[in-house]
Design a protein around this ligand. Structure first.
Ligand code: ATP
Length: 325
């Protein structure tokens, strides 16, 4: 206990609402335990460039409600190389940093896991990504806010869709995972939900449209951007010629899903995880991610969270099928 005197915190990969709440929690929990805190700007790129900034309690005032990240974020090709990581580690040593807290997704944790092994420096990850695709945690910071943004937007699309009896293909984020599409699809009553985890859904979509051709009602087809049949534009182009009677429209929600003030759930989760990250370091943890499982804080080895695959909940898929008629 008490070996860690100075800790660094950074945000990396895609930004997510609630990252600021996590930065605030890490900073204040560390100060509360008599540690000094340095914020590293622009993720691993800033670690290599030496962009370190001492953080006091007041530096993280008034940010809990803000989207984005005050530390900025970046993707760093140089950190993928041993030379880049060596430069990064030399900057950590120069600033006498004893441990690093990384807020990001699986790519960021792969980097943290490698750095922790190469230089024997404790690294703790906090899951921050709107995709919710990290093994070992039920929720990632930003996911709840993104879901609520999608739900609000699709409710509006539904109003115009039903006024004109249109079929809307709505594309949401999720290159490799369908968590956002599945859960927001259930919440908005989407008639079909297309996600990468379920293969060959074109048949299901065609069957649905054939049935709908008789009733001529409006519909929402929720599509994860990484669906194996293509994104919303590609899918709509595949089916439009077979169903010329439909007035098909496409909406790609895009980056609005990343922005906005974090929800209460994301703020509280980020606050709990930030405090837990400092407690884990005090507990001598070296290379773990903080997770939330059944509402409780959990510790998952970093190398496990990047290797293992998190599956969408089968019972959510069942619910979606039962309710979409
Ligand atoms: P998101 O899920 O939002 O995309 P992410 O953390 O997965 O977030 P990535 O761009 O995959 O985002 O990774 C962020 C950074 O982590 C990369 O730019 C790179 O610097 C570092 N990183 C990723 N993979 C590795 C790796 N194999 N070795 C070293 N560093 C890595």
């Amino acid at each position: 206990m008490g070996k860690i005197k100075r800790v660094a915190v950074l945000t990396s990969g895609g930004d997510a609402p609630g990252m600021n709440a996590a930065v605030r929690a890490v900073t204040r929990a560390a100060i509360n335990n008599n540690m000094e805190v340095y914020g590293i700007m622009r993720g691993y790129e800033g670690m290599i460039n030496g962009e370190f900034k001492k953080l006091e309690s007041r530096d993280v005032s008034g940010i809990i409600q803000k989207g984005g990240t005050i530390l900025k974020t970046a993707r760093s090709a140089r950190f993928r190389t041993p030379e880049g990581r060596k430069e990064a580690y030399e900057n950590l040593s120069r600033h006498e940093i004893d441990a690093v807290v990384v807020i990001g997704g699986d790519g960021s944790f792969t980097g943290a896991s490698i750095m922790s092994q190469e230089f024997n420096i404790p690294c703790v990850g906090i899951p921050g990504t709107i995709d919710n695709d990290l093994f070992g945690t039920d929720y990632t910071i930003g996911y709840d806010t993104a879901l609520n943004t999608v739900v609000e937007a699709v409710d509006k699309i539904r109003d115009t869709a039903s006024s004109h009896n249109r079929i809307f293909f709505v594309e949401v984020m999720g290159r490799e995972a369908g968590f956002v599409a599945l859960e927001s699809g259930i919440a908005t009553g989407a008639e079909v939900i297309m996600i990468p985890e379920v293969k060959d859904q074109l048949k299901e979509l065609r069957e649905f449209l054939s049935k709908r051709a008789k009733s001529n009602k409006s519909s929402i087809i929720m599509v994860a951007e990484g669906d194996d049949e293509g994104g919303a534009i590609e899918l709509s182009q595949k089916v439009q010629p077979e169903f010329p009677q439909f007035d098909i429209r496409v909406t790609i929600l895009g980056h609005i899903q990343r922005g906005g003030s974090p929800t209460c759930y994301d703020r509280v989760s980020a606050s709990r995880m930030g405090v837990a990250a400092i407690e884990a370091l005090l507990d001598d943890q070296k290379s773990i991610m903080i997770g939330l499982v059944n509402g409780q804080i959990s510790h998952v080895p970093l190398n496990k969270t990047v290797k293992a695959h998190k599956h969408v909940r089968k019972n959510y898929l069942d619910v979606a099928h039962i309710l979409a008629m």
